[in-house]
Design a protein around this ligand. Structure first.
Ligand SMILES: [Fe+2]
Length: 451
């Protein structure tokens, strides 16, 4: 709490104070707990809420965690009324989340207690009857429950986001509209499960929670596994990129930028989510085959012999050999293997032309050349974006697929390119720098006795 800005401290005290007054009033004032009904139900719901709150899961929106506890909190609104829902929400304070600071625990408990109580009051106001519903009563509680959920979810988000905004010293990043829609949809989805728990309580009592929430937990576990797998894929790719970039001081960040530019083109031509992920990986790894090219060839000053140029031309094949065993790369293989093919068939390693060149490779070729031109090299400074775009236009139809060049230009108009910062000179003479960049279309590699 010490490091919080003062508005955040004030807000924290207000929210926690309000919840303390609310729960204190419920516990101390006689008769307030009468509406709660059986304490056994309250206890089961509190335990259920606690278990759910102890296992938050990441939604596919960065840095936001969602837990199934919403379902339990809203089931409490129906089964034990506003007072009971407030007590259930308060148990978030003791959730099993190692490392969660006390202040955050208190805030979580307080805001859940407030949301539970407010939703419970709204539920009653709209005619909802507190207690275990009979099968015949189920229809009558759907309307009031929907209103209660419609209040609980936004109130919870507003209370939490206000805290996040006030606590952040940096300008908070705005959640994209699509992300917010996905976020709200998930919350409302969890709210529906709360209705099922309440509805089934009359038939199978507390087992209803297990029946309804067990599939949710399994889904949550599977989702967590998927995220862990994605993170390990990303780490693998990043490590390989790092290995390539240590071969040359001036190409630091090249893999990441080619990946970004490739993704921009891929989005522009309408690739789906799976292919977007694959092309992101392909962009990162397109030059991984440089690991198989002798460093002295990459760093040679002056024209290359035919053998040396042949070694450079082999890097797409070498790249494929290096990553062939990584099966999640899938279509990325084609991008790595063919990123130096030319639209007119004069590229390498296979001399494919036009549509014979895999789509991934046609995308990466444009992104690769563009980043090379807009980055510093040992033999020249970075070209401005406009100059690089003009070069792409010049090469459209000969070196590059015109469709991909046009798509990239459209993407750049929508999302301006951030060129890398100017590279300072290498820190020492021993730092490895490539003398000629094989990706640079404005300065082709000279070959002695070659074409
Ligand atoms: Fe390359």
């Amino acid at each position: 709490m010490r490091g919080l800005p003062w508005p955040a401290k004030v807000y924290l005290v207000v929210v926690i104070g309000a919840a303390a007054a609310l729960v204190g009033n419920i516990v101390v004032v006689p008769g307030q707990l009468a509406g709660v009904g059986e304490y056994g139900t309250l206890l089961v719901l509190a335990l259920l809420f606690l278990v759910c709150e102890s296992m938050p899961t990441l939604l596919n929106v960065e840095q936001f965690a969602v837990s199934v506890s919403f379902s339990a909190a809203l089931a409490a609104v129906v089964l034990v009324g506003p007072e009971g829902a407030a007590i259930v929400g308060l148990t978030a304070v003791v959730s099993v989340r190692p490392g969660l600071p006390l202040v955050k625990r208190l805030f979580n408990g307080a805001q859940f207690a407030i949301c539970g109580y407010a939703s419970g009051k709204v539920y009653e106001f709209f005619g909802g009857v507190t207690g275990v519903p009979e099968v015949n009563d189920f229809e009558a509680l759907v309307g009031p429950y929907a209103v209660a959920a419609a209040l609980f979810v936004p109130l919870n988000i507003v209370l939490t986001l206000t805290m996040v905004r006030l606590a952040s010293t940096e300008r908070a990043e705005r959640m994209p509209a699509r992300g917010m829609a996905q976020f709200l949809l998930s919350y409302f989805g969890y709210a529906t499960f709360g209705l099922l728990v309440a509805g089934l309580w009359a038939t199978v009592a507390s087992i209803s929670a297990v029946l309804v929430l067990l599939p949710l937990f399994i889904a949550r576990w599977a989702f967590g596994q998927y995220h862990a797998q994605q993170r390990s894929y990303d780490a693998t790719i990043a490590a390989l990129c790092q290995a390539v970039e240590t071969k040359d001081y001036y190409t630091r960040g090249h893999c990441t930028r080619v990946s970004l530019a490739s993704t921009m083109i891929a989005q522009e031509i309408g690739m789906g989510a799976e292919r977007l992920r694959a092309i992101r990986y392909a962009g990162m790894l397109h030059d991984v085959g440089k690991l198989g090219v002798p460093t002295k060839v990459l760093q040679k000053d002056g024209p290359l012999t035919e053998e040396e140029f042949a070694a450079i031309q082999l890097h797409p094949m070498r790249g494929l050999e290096i990553v062939r065993g990584i099966d999640f790369l899938d279509e990325a293989f084609a991008g790595i293997m063919h990123h130096h093919e030319r639209h007119d068939g004069r590229g390498y390693p296979m001399g494919l032309a036009g549509d014979e060149i895999p789509e991934f490779a046609r995308v990466i070729a444009v992104a690769d050349a563009f980043d090379s031109m807009t980055s510093d090299r040992s033999y020249r400074g970075a070209r401005p974006v406009e100059v690089a775009v003009a070069e792409l236009h010049k090469g459209a139809g000969s070196q590059f697929d015109p469709e991909m060049v046009a798509a990239f230009v459209r993407a750049l108009e929508r999302e301006p390119w951030q060129p890398p910062r100017k590279a300072s000179p290498p820190p020492s003479d021993e730092t490895e720098t490539t003398t000629k960049d094989h990706d640079d279309p404005t300065m082709p590699i000279e070959v002695v006795g070659g074409s």
